[in-house]
Design a protein around this ligand. Structure first.
Ligand code: AKB
Length: 326
């Protein structure tokens, strides 16, 4: 009989995914049962006032230990990470936060005999030798970024703790995540978020990857659904644990700009690739996520058209009210 998730902690709760995931978990499991934790960035008033919040440093195990004890935590969503672009600028920091942070979370999970742990991976686990189209679940994992290296090592470490220590750990390879609430910090897929904000604000955008750059992507509501559904799945039915391929759509930067233009005809996009082009080129065009569909019933709701309509509806309204924080 699976143990219940009663007291949840989210690390990286001030980040792009963590901030919205915390609110979704508070809605589902009760605000007082979901502890949001961040490093240095101040939480938004919504995050801070809707439930408990603490500052921790995932590279310092004693700071995790303290809040786990204080709040009697039995479940962790470990969302804090240094993303691909920042990781290339500061590989040492990426290793420290992503590897030592993950190791500390796993050791804490072991010490406190935790119910369940979620540790996401990313399409960054793949590399240029991986088949780029419809990338299979089981495939070559030879990333060329430090972020990717830590994601592959993280997947292996999680599987080790499942097999060796009987822990319940789950995770998926997130594609680029698009959202309007909290801006992403330092990833390669950030252009697919920035383009919407710039289109609404300035009617033009200079994209840092080429027009034909195609990557797997997902809208935030699907990302939240996937993260919560995977944690709710029957562990005994899973054949994979922490490395599920996951996707909702794939589009090129040019196709994204064309979709926005359908709503904002005067919008123009120019392309000035920088160092992030090489990272994008080393990642898949599209993903085969049939293992996630078969093992825990994954099915996305948003495609490019539906996501664009929703993103522009919200951002346009915020802009009109003078509330577009960008
Ligand atoms: C990044 O671009 O680094 C992230 C990711 C795909 O994991 N958004």
């Amino acid at each position: 009989m699976a143990k219940e998730m009663k007291r949840i902690m989210v690390t990286g709760a001030v980040g792009q995914i963590g901030s919205e995931l915390t609110m979704a978990l508070r809605d589902k499991y009760g605000s007082e049962n979901v502890l949001a934790t961040g490093h240095r960035t101040q939480p938004s008033p919504t995050l801070r006032d809707s439930g408990p919040f603490e500052f921790i440093n995932v590279t310092k195990k004693e700071t995790i230990d303290e809040v786990v004890k204080k709040y009697n935590i039995d479940t962790i969503y470990h969302m804090s990470a240094i993303l691909s672009a920042v990781g290339e600028k500061n590989p040492k920091l990426a290793w420290d936060v992503n590897m030592n942070g993950t190791y500390n979370i796993l050791e804490i999970a072991l010490e406190y005999d935790m119910t369940r742990i979620f540790i996401p991976s990313s399409i960054a686990a793949f590399g240029p030798e991986t088949p780029l189209d419809n990338t299979p679940q089981e495939t070559i994992l030879r990333p060329k970024t430090m972020y990717g290296v830590t994601k592959v090592a993280g997947e292996l470490l999680c599987d080790y703790y499942v097999k060796r220590f009987d822990l319940d750990i789950r995770g998926c390879r997130y594609p680029g995540i698009i959202s309007y609430e909290t801006l992403p910090g330092g990833g390669t897929t950030d252009y697919a978020v920035a383009i919407y904000f710039e289109a609404v604000k300035n009617k033009k955008y200079t994209c840092f990857v080429r027009e034909d750059t195609r990557l797997p992507m997902m809208y935030m509501p699907d990302c939240l659904k996937a993260s919560i559904d995977l944690m709710e799945a029957d562990f005994s039915q899973l054949k994979h644990y922490s490395d599920f391929n996951l996707t909702a759509m794939s589009f090129s930067a040019g196709e994204l700009a064309a979709e926005i233009k359908k709503h904002i005809p005067e919008f123009t996009c120019t392309y000035e690739p920088d160092f992030r082009q090489a990272i994008a080129d080393s990642w898949p065009n599209s993903i085969d996520d049939s293992a996630a569909r078969e093992e825990w019933g994954w099915e996305p709701s948003y495609d490019l058209a539906a996501m664009t309509e929703d993103m522009l509806r919200v951002l346009t309204q915020r802009h009109a009210e003078g509330k577009l924080n960008y």
